[in-house]
Design a protein around this ligand. Structure first.
Ligand SMILES: Nc1nc2c(ncn2[C@@H]2O[C@H](COP(=O)(O)OP(=O)(O)OP(=O)(O)O)[C@@H](O)[C@H]2O)c(=O)[nH]1
Ligand SMILES: [Mg+2]
Length: 471
C-alpha cells in the first residue's frame, strides 16, 4: 500500500515536470466566453469581433493592432471535432451584403478558433520571438443560458421561485388552471404530465415574447433533439406534505434532476467551466424600453446566471470549476448605436448598477472587471435636430420595417442609475416621468475597404480589455 502511494507520487511529479516543460512550447489559448440572454447580441458580437480582428483597420484602441504587433490573423480548425463550426462567413455575408440583414436567432452550439500571430514589441521580443495565440469562442442559443441558474436549485426551490413570480405574466393563468386540476401527490399519469408540461411551455414562450428574460428551463423553449423526451416533460409544482414514490411530484422532481444532470451539467462543463475571459452582453436599452418589470427581471436573471460561476456554491460545481477562475469580465451594454454618444456614459452607469448584484454575488474574486457601452455593428450616424425649440441629439438609421431612413431619439437616460433601478425594484408598472424607445435598425449598407472590418462602437476598446494584455 505504502509502496503504491510512493509510486503514485513519483508518477505524478514526473507528469507535473513534463507539463511544465511542455507548456512554454505549446501555443497559448484564450477561451473567450460570450455570455448573454437571447437577443442580447452574441452572434453579431462574435461575427463583428472576428471580422475586425481579421481586418484591423477599425481597431485603433486595440494596442497590438494599432502598433502592428499583430502580424497575421487567420481562422483555424477548432479544437472540438464534435461541435459544429460557427458559420462566421455566412453571418458576415448576411450583415454586409447589398441588402444587409441580421442573423437569425441561434438554435445550436457552434465554435470558432481564431489565431493571431504576434510579434511582441520591445525588450520582450528578444526573448520570445513571434507568438501564436489562439482565441476560442463558442456561440449558443441565449435561451439555454438561464439554465445555469438551475444548477444550485432543488426541484422544490425552483418550483417555489417560479410559482412566486409568474402570475403577472402571459399564459400563467392557463397554467395555473391546469395546475389546479391535478393532485401532485397522486400517482403519475403520463397524459396529465404532458398536459402540464405543454401548458408551462406555452407560458414560457408567451413570457419570452413579452420581453421577460427569466424563462427557464431553456430547452423547453428550444428543445433541439430533446423535443418530447421525458427530461423536458415536467413543470413546477406546489409543495406537497408527503409525496409517495411514483407520484407526479416525485417523478417531476426526478426529471428535473435528470435535466440538470444530463442537459445543464454537460453544457456548463463543456462550454463555460473553462472560460478565461468573459464578456457579458446585455440589451439594457431593450429592457428599459420594455419597462421597469423587464429591467428588474433582467437584473434578477443576470444575478442568477452569474452565480453559477461562483465556486464553492455546491460540490458538483466546485469539482468542475476546480480552482479555475475567470480572469477578466467585461459587462457590455449592446446596441449603443441607438444613442448619441453623449448618452453613452449614462447607459454604462445603468449597466454597471444593474449588474452590481450579479457581480457581487458571483464574487469574481481576483477578476478584473469593466463596463462599457458598445455596438458590435453600428447601424446609425449621429445628428442634431431642433424639436419644439429644443436641441436634440439623435441618431439616424434605416428601419427594418419600412426600409426608410429615420431620425431617432431614444429618450433622456438619467445620469443617476437609481432613477431606473429603484422603480424597477419596487415593482412599478411604468416609468413615471419618462418614455424610452428602441427601434429596429437594419445594418447599414457599407462598402468595406479590404483592411477594414464592419463599423462598430468601442469593439476595439472591448477587445483591448479582454485580450490586449496577452497580445
Ligand atoms: N442596432 C444594433 N442592433 C444590434 C446590434 N447587435 C445586435 N443587434 C440587434 O439584436 C438582435 C439580436 O442579435 P443576435 O446577435 O442575434 O443576438 P443573440 O444574443 O445571438 O441571440 P440568440 O441567438 O437568440 O441567443 C439582432 O437581430 C439585431 O436586431 C448592434 O450592434 N446594433
Ligand atoms: Mg445568436
Amino acid at each position: 500500500m505504502a509502496l503504491t502511494n510512493i509510486g503514485d507520487g513519483i508518477a505524478r511529479s514526473v507528469e507535473t515536470v513534463t507539463e511544465a516543460l511542455a507548456a512554454p512550447f505549446s501555443d497559448p489559448v484564450i477561451r473567450l466566453g460570450v455570455t448573454g440572454l437571447s437577443r442580447a447580441g452574441k452572434t453579431v458580437f462574435i461575427t463583428s469581433l472576428v471580422a475586425n480582428l481579421l481586418n484591423r483597420g477599425r481597431m485603433p484602441q486595440l494596442l497590438a493592432a494599432a502598433n502592428g504587433s499583430i502580424t497575421a490573423a487567420y481562422l483555424q480548425p477548432q479544437p472540438d471535432d464534435t461541435v459544429p463550426r460557427f458559420p462566421y462567413e455566412d453571418h458576415l455575408a448576411q450583415m454586409t451584403q447589398d441588402a444587409p440583414e441580421w442573423p437569425e436567432g441561434t438554435r445550436r452550439i457552434s465554435e470558432l478558433r481564431l489565431s493571431l500571430k504576434c510579434q511582441p514589441a520591445g525588450l520582450l521580443a528578444v526573448f520570445t520571438g513571434p507568438l501564436t495565440i489562439h482565441i476560442d469562442i463558442i456561440d449558443y442559443p441565449g435561451e439555454w443560458l438561464l439554465d445555469l441558474a438551475l444548477i444550485g436549485k432543488t426541484f422544490e426551490q425552483w418550483s417555489e421561485g417560479v410559482l412566486s413570480r409568474i402570475d403577472a405574466r402571459p399564459g400563467a393563468a392557463e397554467f395555473r388552471a391546469a395546475l389546479n386540476d391535478v393532485d401532485p401527490a397522486a400517482p403519475l399519469d403520463e397524459t396529465v404530465a404532458r398536459g402540464l408540461a405543454a401548458s408551462f411551455t406555452s407560458h414560457l414562450h408567451a413570457s419570452r415574447d413579452a420581453g421577460y428574460s427569466d424563462c427557464s428551463p431553456g430547452r423547453m423553449l428550444l428543445p433541439g433533439d430533446l423535443e418530447g423526451s421525458p427530461v423536458l416533460t415536467f413543470a413546477p409544482l406546489p409543495p406537497v406534505t408527503k409525496a409517495a414514490r411514483g407520484s407526479l411530484w416525485r417523478e417531476f422532481e426526478r426529471r428535473f434532476d435528470s435535466y440538470k444532470r444530463q442537459v445543464v451539467g454537460p453544457f456548463f462543463r463543456d462550454h463555460f467551466a473553462k472560460i478565461d475571459r468573459q464578456v457579458v452582453l446585455v440589451d439594457v436599452l431593450g429592457a428599459i424600453h420594455a419597462g421597469p418589470r423587464a429591467v428588474e427581471d433582467l437584473r434578477h436573471a443576470m444575478a442568477e446566471i452569474l452565480s453559477a460561476f461562483r465556486p464553492g456554491r455546491n460540490a458538483w460545481l466546485t469539482r468542475i470549476l476546480g480552482g479555475r477562475r475567470v480572469e477578466k469580465i467585461l459587462f457590455a451594454a449592446t446596441k449603443a448605436d441607438h444613442l448619441h454618444h453623449r448618452q453613452h456614459p449614462q447607459l454604462t452607469a445603468i449597466t454597471e448598477a444593474l449588474l452590481r448584484d450579479a457581480r457581487d454575488r458571483a464574487t469574481f474574486a481576483g477578476a478584473e472587471t469593466a463596463a462599457m457601452s458598445i455596438a458590435s455593428l453600428r447601424t446609425t450616424v449621429e445628428d442634431e435636430i431642433t424639436h419644439d425649440g429644443e436641441r436634440l441629439d439623435v441618431v439616424r438609421g434605416r428601419l427594418v420595417k419600412t426600409g426608410k431612413v429615420a431620425a431617432f431619439y431614444a429618450g433622456a437616460l438619467p445620469a443617476d442609475p437609481a432613477r431606473i433601478l429603484s422603480p424597477a425594484r419596487t415593482g412599478a408598472e411604468r416609468w413615471l416621468d419618462a418614455d424610452y424607445n428602441v427601434m429596429d435598425f437594419a445594418p447599414a449598407a457599407v462598402t468595406l475597404r479590404p483592411e477594414d472590418g464592419p463599423p462598430h462602437i468601442r469593439l476595439d476598446k472591448a477587445a483591448q480589455f479582454l485580450l490586449g494584455d496577452r497580445l
